[in-house]
Write a protein that binds this ligand. Structure first.
Ligand code: ADP
Length: 619
């Protein structure tokens, strides 16, 4: 844009400058010869007139002195002899510059003066030799001739005036031509300035305005129209880039809308899946403890498969979360594993080896795990794209370690690495070297990590690419959950540790209620079943319970509301309540439930048993 402006202004300045030079040259060209000619025509008169005037003055003074000497009454008598002034006649010098008429007139005056000078000399000579009468007579003749000279001088003046008038007319003509030229020139300059304004408006101002309107439209959320690609090359390129950027954002927004919808569907589906998975997993856990031989092995296989499925559903549901971010104390390894769970299928499909080298000595970090999983998935996806389709070894290594007051993770790949000339730009929004890239993976990962008070850097490597993330430790805090996967504690099936425990099981899903009942009865507990929030509230009014297992999502009254009510009216019972849910995104923030009271479905019976035992020790 600056180049466009500079180019146009320079072009126009050149044109205006050229016009000025041409205008000045034209005026000079017209006026100069006229002035020169006038000067030449008048110059001889200028030079010759003073000479003739001086000679005439000398003649007049000679006549005057002679008359005094002849008049005896006048005294004292000046006896200096008369001499004509010795001034060269300039007639020959200017012969070529004079018009014939002027030459004749001036020559006549010159001749007259010469005659007068000669006669006056004779008169003086006669007086010197004592011939006063003769001198007087000659003087008489000189006087008459001098009177004739005046007439000739009138002619001479007339010629000079005519020459002057002609010269002036010529100068006037030149001046009027110059005036016309100047007016024409002014007209041209005005037109050029008008054209300049029109040109700047059309090629600079309007395209810039169009861009500005486009940006304003975008900021109002109207993505429907592109900016017109007009103006000079530079502005057209700017508009094209702008439209390209809008297109990427449009596609991205479309994809995000799809993601958001898919996320909601996924989150709902995860919840729906969690209940059958809970039933299956609990059943398998119960039956494998009771069966023997092949049947026990079969139930063990079902148990392992459902546990894997449950973990994947949990991670997917968590990734697709639609709720607001919340920072909690977490274990970074758990977050890394969640991210790995989400991408490992892609890695396996493309024959990419994944090496996890995670330190168990990591300090807990305070962060929103959903966001952090997203950042790690971005980095892992980039690593996947970098090594996919390349010759072996195709490997991605994820390493975590403790560094003083921080938990660190490095994601390294055996791809081509980041070229030196793009290293400085990879964190810039919309920077991409991929045909189908959006250029938002790294900037959004950096935003998330810096938002958690951490740092992400691209390491200096000779081969492949390597990114290191450093998250500050959460000092003095406990990790809210043990690193996943939680250790599988096998139920013994014989220790009736929950003996006599009165447990209210609240779940709208009858299969879940049923399996819970079987598990609790096997453990010696005394379960009471409720199919919804209202029924739970009624049971709690009727009798005392040592523990409540409360589902979160129920059609009549949500579990969080039931808990909230007990927290206000029956704090003792709220203390003995555990929330069991597969859909934490639905946790109503206006009815907060303490994090340590929440167990995610599907839960292993061994873990549930531990949680109930912990409650029993409180009772
Ligand atoms: P996108 O993946 O859509 O291009 P990103 O912001 O995630 O956007 O990445 C920006 C650019 O950084 C990529 O286009 C690529 O050039 C470079 N990059 C990121 N990760 C890697 C990697 N692991 N290996 C090589 N280049 C990478």
């Amino acid at each position: 844009m600056i180049a466009t402006l500079r180019g146009r202004v320079t072009g126009w300045a050149g044109l205006l400058g050229g016009l000025m030079v041409v205008g000045a040259a034209a005026v000079t060209f017209v006026l100069w010869p006229a002035f020169r000619r006038a000067d030449r025509a008048l110059e001889p008169f200028d030079a010759i007139f003073p000479v003739l005037a001086e000679r005439q003055a000398a003649v007049v003074s000679g006549i005057d002195r002679l008359a005094r000497r002849l008049d005896v009454t006048t005294s004292p008598i000046d006896t200096t002899p008369w001499r004509p002034p010795t001034i060269p006649s300039l007639l020959a010098t200017y012969a070529g510059a004079l018009t014939p008429e002027a030459a004749v007139t001036l020559a006549a005056v010159d001749e007259d003066l010469a005659g007068l000078e000669a006669q006056l000399g004779l008169a003086y000579a006669a007086l010197e030799s004592g011939g006063r009468a003769r001198a007087r007579a000659v003087l008489q003749g000189v006087r008459q001739r001098e009177a004739g000279l005046a007439l000739r001088q009138r002619d001479q003046m007339a010629v000079a005036l005519r020459t002057g008038a002609e010269a002036r007319a010529e100068v006037d003509k030149a001046l009027s031509t110059a005036t016309r030229l100047a007016l024409l020139w002014l007209g041209l300059v005005t037109a050029a300035v008008g054209l300049l304004a029109w040109d700047l408006r059309r090629h600079v101002l309007l395209p810039v305005q169009a861009l500005q309107e486009g940006v304003e439209r975008l900021s109002r959320g109207d993505w429907s129209r592109n900016v017109a690609e007009v103006g000079d090359i530079e502005l057209r390129r700017l508009a094209r880039h702008f439209n390209g950027m809008v297109e990427i954002l449009r596609r991205r927004a479309g994809r995000q809308a799809q993601f958001a919808t898919a996320g909601e569907l996924l989150s709902g589906a995860a919840h729906e899946l969690n209940n059958p998975l809970q039933t299956l997993q609990a059943l398998a856990e119960l039956r494998r403890g009771m069966a023997t031989g092949q049947e026990a092995a079969d139930w063990e296989a079902v148990y392992i498969a459902t546990t894997r499925a449950a973990r994947l559903v949990h991670d997917l549901g968590h990734f697709a979360r639609t709720s607001r971010p919340t920072a909690l104390v977490r274990n970074l390894n758990a977050i890394i594993r969640s991210a790995m769970n989400l991408v490992q299928f892609q890695f396996a499909a493309d024959g990419i080896e994944v090496q996890l080298d995670l330190s168990e000595r990591l300090p807990p970090v305070l962060c929103d795990d959903h966001d952090l999983v997203q950042a790690l998935v971005n980095l892992l996806s980039n690593a996947h794209a970098a090594v996919r389709g390349r010759p072996q070894p195709r490997r991605v290594t994820v390493t975590s370690w403790r560094a003083d007051d921080a938990a660190c993770v490095r994601i390294q790949d055996t791809g081509p690495g980041v070229p030196v000339d793009v290293r400085a730009h990879i964190f810039d929004p919309f920077f991409t070297t991929k045909d189908d890239g959006a250029g938002l993976g790294l900037p959004s990962a950096r935003d998330i990590i810096e938002g958690e008070g951490g740092r992400i850097v691209l390491d200096d490597t000779i081969t492949g690419a390597s990114f290191t993330i450093r998250l500050p430790a959460a000092p003095g805090l406990q990790v809210d959950a043990p690193p996943v996967p939680p250790p599988v504690v096998a139920t013994t099936g014989n220790g009736r540790s929950l003996e006599g425990l009165r447990v209210l099981v609240v779940d709208d899903e009858s299969a879940v209620r049923d399996v819970m009942r079987r598990f609790l009865e096997r453990e010696g507990a005394r379960p009471v079943l409720a199919g919804g929030g209202e029924e739970a509230l009624r049971w709690a009014e009727r009798q005392e319970f040592d523990a409540v297992l409360l589902d979160l999502r129920m059609p009549d009254i949500e579990g969080a509301r039931v808990y909230d009510r007990w927290a206000r009216e029956r704090p003792g019972l709220a203390e003995r309540t555990l929330i069991l849910s597969g859909d934490l995104s639905r946790l109503d923030t206006s009815a907060p439930v303490p994090a340590h009271r929440i167990l995610t479905k599907p839960i292993e019976l061994a873990t549930l048993r531990e949680a109930l035992l912990a409650l029993r020790s409180v009772v």
